[in-house]
Design a protein around this ligand. Structure first.
Ligand SMILES: Cc1cc2nc3c(=O)[nH]c(=O)nc-3n(C[C@H](O)[C@H](O)[C@H](O)COP(=O)(O)OP(=O)(O)OC[C@H]3O[C@@H](n4cnc5c(N)ncnc54)[C@H](O)[C@@H]3O)c2cc1C
Length: 393
Protein backbone atom coordinates (compact mmCIF):
# COMPACT_ATOMS: atom_id res chain seq x y z
CA UNK A 1 0.00 0.00 0.00
CA UNK A 2 1.25 3.48 -0.83
CA UNK A 3 -0.91 6.25 0.47
CA UNK A 4 -0.87 10.01 1.03
CA UNK A 5 -2.40 12.48 3.45
CA UNK A 6 -1.94 16.09 4.53
CA UNK A 7 -0.96 14.90 8.01
CA UNK A 8 -0.01 11.51 9.40
CA UNK A 9 -0.42 11.24 13.15
CA UNK A 10 1.75 8.49 14.63
CA UNK A 11 0.11 7.05 17.73
CA UNK A 12 -3.52 6.91 18.81
CA UNK A 13 -3.07 7.54 22.52
CA UNK A 14 -4.85 10.51 24.00
CA UNK A 15 -2.27 12.91 22.54
CA UNK A 16 -2.34 11.49 19.00
CA UNK A 17 -6.12 11.23 19.16
CA UNK A 18 -6.38 14.90 20.16
CA UNK A 19 -3.96 15.95 17.41
CA UNK A 20 -5.86 13.95 14.79
CA UNK A 21 -9.15 15.44 16.02
CA UNK A 22 -7.79 18.99 15.75
CA UNK A 23 -6.27 18.33 12.30
CA UNK A 24 -9.49 16.83 10.96
CA UNK A 25 -11.57 19.65 12.40
CA UNK A 26 -9.36 22.09 10.46
CA UNK A 27 -10.03 20.27 7.19
CA UNK A 28 -6.64 18.54 6.91
CA UNK A 29 -6.69 15.06 5.32
CA UNK A 30 -5.54 13.08 8.33
CA UNK A 31 -4.28 9.53 8.72
CA UNK A 32 -3.76 8.03 12.19
CA UNK A 33 -1.44 5.03 12.57
CA UNK A 34 -1.11 2.91 15.70
CA UNK A 35 0.62 -0.40 16.34
CA UNK A 36 -2.07 -1.42 18.82
CA UNK A 37 -5.56 -0.32 19.73
CA UNK A 38 -6.76 3.25 20.19
CA UNK A 39 -5.89 4.50 23.69
CA UNK A 40 -4.18 1.23 24.57
CA UNK A 41 -0.76 2.61 25.64
CA UNK A 42 -0.02 4.87 28.63
CA UNK A 43 -3.46 6.34 28.05
CA UNK A 44 -5.13 3.11 29.20
CA UNK A 45 -2.92 3.10 32.29
CA UNK A 46 -3.55 6.73 33.29
CA UNK A 47 -5.76 8.04 36.04
CA UNK A 48 -7.57 10.69 34.02
CA UNK A 49 -7.22 13.53 36.51
CA UNK A 50 -7.75 16.76 34.57
CA UNK A 51 -5.81 19.01 36.88
CA UNK A 52 -4.27 22.47 36.98
CA UNK A 53 -0.75 21.74 38.23
CA UNK A 54 1.56 24.42 39.62
CA UNK A 55 4.98 22.81 39.32
CA UNK A 56 6.14 25.75 37.16
CA UNK A 57 4.43 28.76 35.51
CA UNK A 58 4.78 27.04 32.11
CA UNK A 59 3.15 23.86 33.39
CA UNK A 60 0.40 25.87 35.01
CA UNK A 61 -0.31 27.76 31.77
CA UNK A 62 -0.53 24.54 29.74
CA UNK A 63 -2.65 22.58 32.23
CA UNK A 64 -4.99 25.51 32.82
CA UNK A 65 -5.50 26.13 29.08
CA UNK A 66 -6.06 22.44 28.41
CA UNK A 67 -8.48 22.02 31.29
CA UNK A 68 -10.50 24.87 29.80
CA UNK A 69 -10.51 23.04 26.44
CA UNK A 70 -11.81 19.87 28.16
CA UNK A 71 -14.53 21.93 29.79
CA UNK A 72 -15.58 23.31 26.39
CA UNK A 73 -15.66 19.76 24.97
CA UNK A 74 -17.42 18.22 27.97
CA UNK A 75 -20.99 18.48 26.64
CA UNK A 76 -19.98 16.57 23.46
CA UNK A 77 -18.36 13.69 25.37
CA UNK A 78 -20.35 10.44 25.48
CA UNK A 79 -21.29 8.96 28.90
CA UNK A 80 -18.56 6.27 28.72
CA UNK A 81 -15.92 9.02 29.00
CA UNK A 82 -17.24 9.55 32.56
CA UNK A 83 -16.23 13.22 32.60
CA UNK A 84 -17.01 14.63 36.02
CA UNK A 85 -15.97 17.89 37.67
CA UNK A 86 -15.42 16.38 41.12
CA UNK A 87 -12.69 18.83 42.18
CA UNK A 88 -9.34 18.15 43.84
CA UNK A 89 -8.61 18.28 47.54
CA UNK A 90 -4.91 18.94 48.20
CA UNK A 91 -4.65 17.53 51.71
CA UNK A 92 -2.22 19.01 54.26
CA UNK A 93 -0.65 16.60 56.75
CA UNK A 94 0.57 19.19 59.29
CA UNK A 95 0.60 22.89 60.11
CA UNK A 96 3.66 23.50 57.93
CA UNK A 97 1.75 22.09 54.95
CA UNK A 98 -1.22 24.32 55.84
CA UNK A 99 1.12 27.24 55.17
CA UNK A 100 1.76 25.73 51.76
CA UNK A 101 -2.00 25.37 51.25
CA UNK A 102 -2.39 29.14 51.69
CA UNK A 103 0.51 29.83 49.32
CA UNK A 104 -1.02 27.51 46.75
CA UNK A 105 -4.36 29.29 47.14
CA UNK A 106 -2.70 32.65 46.41
CA UNK A 107 -0.79 31.24 43.44
CA UNK A 108 -3.95 29.81 41.88
CA UNK A 109 -5.78 33.10 42.51
CA UNK A 110 -2.99 34.98 40.72
CA UNK A 111 -3.80 33.09 37.49
CA UNK A 112 -7.56 33.21 37.96
CA UNK A 113 -8.13 29.67 39.26
CA UNK A 114 -10.62 29.70 42.14
CA UNK A 115 -9.81 27.61 45.19
CA UNK A 116 -10.90 27.46 48.79
CA UNK A 117 -8.92 26.82 51.98
CA UNK A 118 -10.72 24.23 54.14
CA UNK A 119 -9.98 24.01 57.86
CA UNK A 120 -9.92 20.72 59.77
CA UNK A 121 -13.68 20.65 60.32
CA UNK A 122 -14.60 21.59 56.77
CA UNK A 123 -12.22 18.92 55.46
CA UNK A 124 -13.72 16.25 57.75
CA UNK A 125 -17.20 17.17 56.49
CA UNK A 126 -16.08 17.15 52.85
CA UNK A 127 -14.32 13.77 53.16
CA UNK A 128 -15.38 11.85 56.29
CA UNK A 129 -13.16 8.85 55.50
CA UNK A 130 -9.93 10.85 55.78
CA UNK A 131 -7.96 10.19 58.95
CA UNK A 132 -8.44 12.64 61.82
CA UNK A 133 -7.08 14.99 62.80
CA UNK A 134 -5.83 16.58 59.60
CA UNK A 135 -5.34 20.35 59.64
CA UNK A 136 -7.07 21.16 56.34
CA UNK A 137 -6.81 21.21 52.57
CA UNK A 138 -7.11 23.28 49.43
CA UNK A 139 -10.23 22.61 47.38
CA UNK A 140 -9.89 23.27 43.64
CA UNK A 141 -13.45 22.71 42.48
CA UNK A 142 -12.80 23.13 38.74
CA UNK A 143 -10.57 20.04 38.45
CA UNK A 144 -12.19 17.04 36.78
CA UNK A 145 -11.72 13.34 36.08
CA UNK A 146 -12.43 11.19 33.03
CA UNK A 147 -11.85 7.69 31.69
CA UNK A 148 -8.85 8.12 29.34
CA UNK A 149 -9.17 5.22 26.84
CA UNK A 150 -12.79 6.12 26.11
CA UNK A 151 -11.81 9.79 25.74
CA UNK A 152 -9.18 8.77 23.14
CA UNK A 153 -11.76 6.54 21.45
CA UNK A 154 -14.21 9.41 21.22
CA UNK A 155 -11.61 11.80 19.75
CA UNK A 156 -10.57 9.27 17.09
CA UNK A 157 -14.17 8.38 16.17
CA UNK A 158 -15.07 12.06 15.93
CA UNK A 159 -11.97 12.73 13.81
CA UNK A 160 -13.08 9.89 11.51
CA UNK A 161 -16.56 11.41 11.30
CA UNK A 162 -14.75 14.52 9.98
CA UNK A 163 -12.88 12.46 7.39
CA UNK A 164 -9.77 11.13 9.18
CA UNK A 165 -8.64 7.55 8.50
CA UNK A 166 -7.28 5.07 11.04
CA UNK A 167 -4.67 2.45 10.21
CA UNK A 168 -4.38 0.00 13.14
CA UNK A 169 -2.85 -2.23 14.15
CA UNK A 170 0.14 -1.15 12.07
CA UNK A 171 3.62 -0.52 13.39
CA UNK A 172 5.63 2.53 12.29
CA UNK A 173 9.24 1.63 11.49
CA UNK A 174 10.56 5.07 10.62
CA UNK A 175 9.24 8.53 9.88
CA UNK A 176 10.74 11.71 8.51
CA UNK A 177 11.13 13.99 5.51
CA UNK A 178 7.53 13.48 4.50
CA UNK A 179 7.69 9.68 4.51
CA UNK A 180 6.38 7.13 6.99
CA UNK A 181 7.55 3.54 6.62
CA UNK A 182 5.22 0.93 8.05
CA UNK A 183 5.75 -2.71 8.92
CA UNK A 184 5.04 -5.03 6.01
CA UNK A 185 6.71 -2.64 3.58
CA UNK A 186 3.98 -0.03 3.17
CA UNK A 187 4.66 3.69 2.94
CA UNK A 188 2.64 6.81 3.56
CA UNK A 189 3.60 10.22 2.19
CA UNK A 190 2.54 13.43 3.90
CA UNK A 191 3.73 17.01 4.12
CA UNK A 192 3.42 16.85 7.90
CA UNK A 193 4.03 14.03 10.35
CA UNK A 194 3.15 14.21 14.06
CA UNK A 195 5.18 11.94 16.34
CA UNK A 196 2.72 11.21 19.15
CA UNK A 197 4.14 7.82 20.10
CA UNK A 198 4.32 8.61 23.82
CA UNK A 199 7.29 7.00 25.54
CA UNK A 200 8.07 5.15 22.28
CA UNK A 201 8.68 8.41 20.39
CA UNK A 202 12.38 7.67 20.91
CA UNK A 203 12.09 4.42 18.97
CA UNK A 204 11.95 6.38 15.73
CA UNK A 205 13.82 9.48 16.96
CA UNK A 206 16.50 8.14 19.33
CA UNK A 207 18.08 11.52 20.05
CA UNK A 208 15.01 12.73 21.96
CA UNK A 209 15.70 13.31 25.65
CA UNK A 210 12.88 11.10 26.89
CA UNK A 211 13.12 8.68 29.78
CA UNK A 212 10.52 6.08 30.62
CA UNK A 213 8.97 6.47 34.03
CA UNK A 214 6.76 3.67 35.27
CA UNK A 215 3.67 4.16 37.42
CA UNK A 216 1.37 1.75 39.27
CA UNK A 217 -2.36 2.00 39.86
CA UNK A 218 -4.72 -0.16 41.90
CA UNK A 219 -8.45 -0.26 41.16
CA UNK A 220 -10.90 -1.40 43.83
CA UNK A 221 -14.31 -2.97 43.72
CA UNK A 222 -17.33 -0.63 43.83
CA UNK A 223 -17.79 1.48 46.97
CA UNK A 224 -20.08 4.35 45.89
CA UNK A 225 -19.62 7.52 47.94
CA UNK A 226 -16.49 6.30 49.78
CA UNK A 227 -14.78 9.54 48.70
CA UNK A 228 -16.15 12.48 46.69
CA UNK A 229 -13.11 14.36 45.38
CA UNK A 230 -9.78 13.46 43.86
CA UNK A 231 -7.63 13.37 46.99
CA UNK A 232 -3.95 14.24 46.69
CA UNK A 233 -1.40 14.84 49.41
CA UNK A 234 -0.05 18.36 49.36
CA UNK A 235 3.49 17.02 49.20
CA UNK A 236 2.64 15.33 45.84
CA UNK A 237 4.78 17.62 43.72
CA UNK A 238 7.69 17.35 46.13
CA UNK A 239 7.60 13.58 46.58
CA UNK A 240 6.21 12.39 43.25
CA UNK A 241 7.82 14.86 40.88
CA UNK A 242 11.35 14.73 42.14
CA UNK A 243 13.53 14.15 39.09
CA UNK A 244 16.05 11.81 40.63
CA UNK A 245 14.34 9.29 42.84
CA UNK A 246 11.63 6.65 42.73
CA UNK A 247 8.73 7.76 44.89
CA UNK A 248 5.14 7.24 45.99
CA UNK A 249 2.43 9.72 46.97
CA UNK A 250 -1.16 9.60 48.21
CA UNK A 251 -3.40 10.20 45.19
CA UNK A 252 -6.85 8.55 45.11
CA UNK A 253 -9.66 9.10 42.64
CA UNK A 254 -13.38 8.31 42.88
CA UNK A 255 -14.74 6.80 39.65
CA UNK A 256 -18.33 7.16 38.48
CA UNK A 257 -18.65 3.39 38.83
CA UNK A 258 -18.04 3.68 42.60
CA UNK A 259 -14.57 2.22 42.19
CA UNK A 260 -11.46 3.91 43.58
CA UNK A 261 -8.24 4.36 41.65
CA UNK A 262 -5.33 4.31 44.06
CA UNK A 263 -1.97 5.85 43.07
CA UNK A 264 0.65 6.97 42.62
CA UNK A 265 4.21 5.82 42.03
CA UNK A 266 7.11 7.01 39.86
CA UNK A 267 10.04 4.86 38.90
CA UNK A 268 12.58 5.30 36.09
CA UNK A 269 13.09 2.47 33.62
CA UNK A 270 16.56 1.83 32.23
CA UNK A 271 17.74 4.98 30.36
CA UNK A 272 16.70 5.01 26.70
CA UNK A 273 15.52 1.40 26.86
CA UNK A 274 13.39 0.30 23.93
CA UNK A 275 11.88 -2.46 26.02
CA UNK A 276 8.99 -1.36 28.20
CA UNK A 277 9.39 -2.91 31.62
CA UNK A 278 5.81 -3.13 32.83
CA UNK A 279 6.40 -5.64 35.64
CA UNK A 280 4.88 -4.84 39.01
CA UNK A 281 7.38 -3.62 41.60
CA UNK A 282 5.93 -5.13 44.77
CA UNK A 283 8.05 -3.01 47.09
CA UNK A 284 6.91 0.24 45.49
CA UNK A 285 3.33 -1.01 45.24
CA UNK A 286 3.26 -1.84 48.97
CA UNK A 287 4.69 1.58 49.79
CA UNK A 288 2.04 3.23 47.59
CA UNK A 289 -0.83 1.40 49.26
CA UNK A 290 0.62 2.05 52.73
CA UNK A 291 0.79 5.74 51.89
CA UNK A 292 -2.89 5.73 50.89
CA UNK A 293 -3.78 3.98 54.17
CA UNK A 294 -2.03 6.72 56.14
CA UNK A 295 -4.60 9.18 54.81
CA UNK A 296 -7.60 6.87 54.28
CA UNK A 297 -7.28 4.15 56.97
CA UNK A 298 -10.46 2.29 55.90
CA UNK A 299 -9.01 1.70 52.45
CA UNK A 300 -7.29 -1.33 54.03
CA UNK A 301 -10.67 -3.06 54.21
CA UNK A 302 -11.58 -2.53 50.53
CA UNK A 303 -11.24 -5.21 47.87
CA UNK A 304 -8.66 -4.46 45.18
CA UNK A 305 -9.57 -6.08 41.87
CA UNK A 306 -6.62 -5.22 39.62
CA UNK A 307 -3.16 -3.66 39.62
CA UNK A 308 -1.40 -2.40 36.50
CA UNK A 309 1.52 -0.29 35.40
CA UNK A 310 1.97 2.29 32.66
CA UNK A 311 4.98 4.02 31.15
CA UNK A 312 5.18 7.80 31.22
CA UNK A 313 7.44 9.77 28.85
CA UNK A 314 9.58 12.08 31.01
CA UNK A 315 11.68 15.00 29.75
CA UNK A 316 14.58 16.58 31.70
CA UNK A 317 12.73 19.85 32.35
CA UNK A 318 9.37 18.22 33.05
CA UNK A 319 7.66 20.00 30.15
CA UNK A 320 6.38 18.19 27.06
CA UNK A 321 7.84 18.44 23.56
CA UNK A 322 5.24 20.20 21.42
CA UNK A 323 5.82 21.68 17.98
CA UNK A 324 8.12 21.50 14.96
CA UNK A 325 11.31 19.43 15.09
CA UNK A 326 13.87 21.85 13.59
CA UNK A 327 15.93 19.05 12.01
CA UNK A 328 13.09 17.94 9.71
CA UNK A 329 10.57 20.38 8.28
CA UNK A 330 7.88 17.70 7.92
CA UNK A 331 8.12 16.53 11.52
CA UNK A 332 6.19 17.78 14.56
CA UNK A 333 6.51 16.38 18.08
CA UNK A 334 3.68 15.80 20.55
CA UNK A 335 5.27 13.72 23.27
CA UNK A 336 7.03 13.86 26.65
CA UNK A 337 3.88 14.59 28.68
CA UNK A 338 4.89 12.39 31.60
CA UNK A 339 2.12 12.43 34.22
CA UNK A 340 -0.05 15.09 32.61
CA UNK A 341 -0.75 13.85 29.09
CA UNK A 342 -4.45 13.28 29.63
CA UNK A 343 -4.87 16.82 30.96
CA UNK A 344 -2.67 18.51 28.38
CA UNK A 345 -3.62 16.52 25.25
CA UNK A 346 -6.13 19.05 23.92
CA UNK A 347 -3.77 22.01 24.42
CA UNK A 348 -1.00 20.03 22.74
CA UNK A 349 -3.20 19.49 19.69
CA UNK A 350 -4.04 23.20 19.48
CA UNK A 351 -0.35 24.19 19.70
CA UNK A 352 0.74 21.62 17.10
CA UNK A 353 -1.92 22.60 14.59
CA UNK A 354 -1.33 26.34 15.14
CA UNK A 355 2.36 25.74 14.35
CA UNK A 356 1.47 23.72 11.24
CA UNK A 357 -0.88 26.37 9.92
CA UNK A 358 1.30 29.32 10.91
CA UNK A 359 -1.38 30.71 13.23
CA UNK A 360 -0.76 32.47 16.55
CA UNK A 361 -1.33 30.03 19.43
CA UNK A 362 -3.72 30.89 22.25
CA UNK A 363 -0.91 30.57 24.81
CA UNK A 364 2.84 31.16 24.22
CA UNK A 365 4.30 28.03 22.58
CA UNK A 366 8.00 28.69 23.30
CA UNK A 367 8.32 26.84 26.64
CA UNK A 368 7.25 23.57 25.00
CA UNK A 369 9.11 23.81 21.67
CA UNK A 370 11.42 20.84 21.02
CA UNK A 371 13.99 23.37 19.77
CA UNK A 372 14.83 24.21 23.39
CA UNK A 373 16.97 21.10 23.55
CA UNK A 374 18.90 21.84 20.35
CA UNK A 375 21.96 23.99 19.76
CA UNK A 376 24.13 24.67 16.73
CA UNK A 377 27.43 22.83 17.10
CA UNK A 378 30.88 23.85 15.82
CA UNK A 379 30.19 22.18 12.46
CA UNK A 380 27.03 24.29 12.06
CA UNK A 381 24.68 21.36 12.64
CA UNK A 382 21.86 21.17 15.13
CA UNK A 383 22.57 18.81 17.99
CA UNK A 384 21.13 18.05 21.39
CA UNK A 385 22.16 20.63 23.99
CA UNK A 386 22.93 19.80 27.61
CA UNK A 387 19.67 18.90 29.26
CA UNK A 388 18.37 21.78 31.38
CA UNK A 389 17.34 19.58 34.30
CA UNK A 390 15.14 21.29 36.84
CA UNK A 391 14.92 20.31 40.43
CA UNK A 392 11.97 20.97 42.63
CA UNK A 393 11.52 22.46 46.02
C1 LIG B 1 -0.09 5.38 36.43
C2 LIG B 1 -0.31 6.61 35.59
C3 LIG B 1 -1.23 7.55 36.02
C4 LIG B 1 -1.43 8.70 35.24
N1 LIG B 1 -2.37 9.62 35.63
C5 LIG B 1 -2.60 10.71 34.89
C6 LIG B 1 -3.59 11.66 35.27
O1 LIG B 1 -4.29 11.49 36.27
N2 LIG B 1 -3.75 12.78 34.51
C7 LIG B 1 -2.99 13.01 33.38
O2 LIG B 1 -3.17 14.05 32.76
N3 LIG B 1 -2.07 12.11 32.96
C8 LIG B 1 -1.85 10.98 33.69
N4 LIG B 1 -0.90 10.08 33.32
C9 LIG B 1 -0.08 10.37 32.13
C10 LIG B 1 -0.82 10.00 30.87
O3 LIG B 1 -1.39 8.71 30.98
C11 LIG B 1 0.14 10.06 29.68
O4 LIG B 1 0.87 11.28 29.72
C12 LIG B 1 -0.63 10.00 28.36
O5 LIG B 1 -1.49 8.89 28.35
C13 LIG B 1 0.35 9.94 27.20
O6 LIG B 1 -0.43 9.79 26.04
P1 LIG B 1 0.27 9.56 24.65
O7 LIG B 1 -0.80 9.59 23.62
O8 LIG B 1 1.41 10.52 24.52
O9 LIG B 1 0.97 8.13 24.78
P2 LIG B 1 0.32 6.67 24.69
O10 LIG B 1 -1.02 6.61 25.31
O11 LIG B 1 1.35 5.73 25.19
O12 LIG B 1 0.10 6.48 23.14
C14 LIG B 1 1.16 6.18 22.26
C15 LIG B 1 0.61 5.26 21.18
O13 LIG B 1 1.64 5.02 20.24
C16 LIG B 1 1.52 3.69 19.81
N5 LIG B 1 2.83 3.27 19.31
C17 LIG B 1 4.00 3.16 19.99
N6 LIG B 1 4.98 2.78 19.17
C18 LIG B 1 4.44 2.66 17.94
C19 LIG B 1 4.95 2.33 16.67
N7 LIG B 1 6.26 2.07 16.46
N8 LIG B 1 4.11 2.33 15.61
C20 LIG B 1 2.80 2.63 15.78
N9 LIG B 1 2.26 2.95 16.95
C21 LIG B 1 3.07 2.97 18.01
C22 LIG B 1 1.07 2.91 21.02
O14 LIG B 1 0.40 1.72 20.61
C23 LIG B 1 0.16 3.90 21.73
O15 LIG B 1 -1.20 3.70 21.41
C24 LIG B 1 -0.69 8.91 34.05
C25 LIG B 1 0.20 7.92 33.63
C26 LIG B 1 0.40 6.78 34.38
C27 LIG B 1 1.35 5.74 33.89
Amino acid sequence: MNSSADVVVLGAGIVGAACAHECASRGLRTLIVDAGIVGGGATAAGMGHIVVMDDSPMQMALTRYSQELWRRLACALPPNVEFETCGTLWVAADEEEMGAVREKHDLYASVGVKSEVLDAQALAEAEPKLRRPLPGALLVSSDAVLYPPCAAGFLVRDAMRMGARLLAPRKVLSAGHGRVRLAEGDEVHAARIVNALGADAVAILPELLIRKRKGHLVVTDRYPGFIRHQLVELGYLRSAHSIAIDSVAFNVQPRQTGQLLVGSSREYSAPGGAVNDTTINRVLLSAMVARAQQYLPEIAGLQAIRVWTGIRAATPDKLPLIGPWPKDESLYLATGHEGLGITTSLATAKLVVAAMLGEPPEIPAEPYLPARFLETNAAGNLSIADAPERTHA
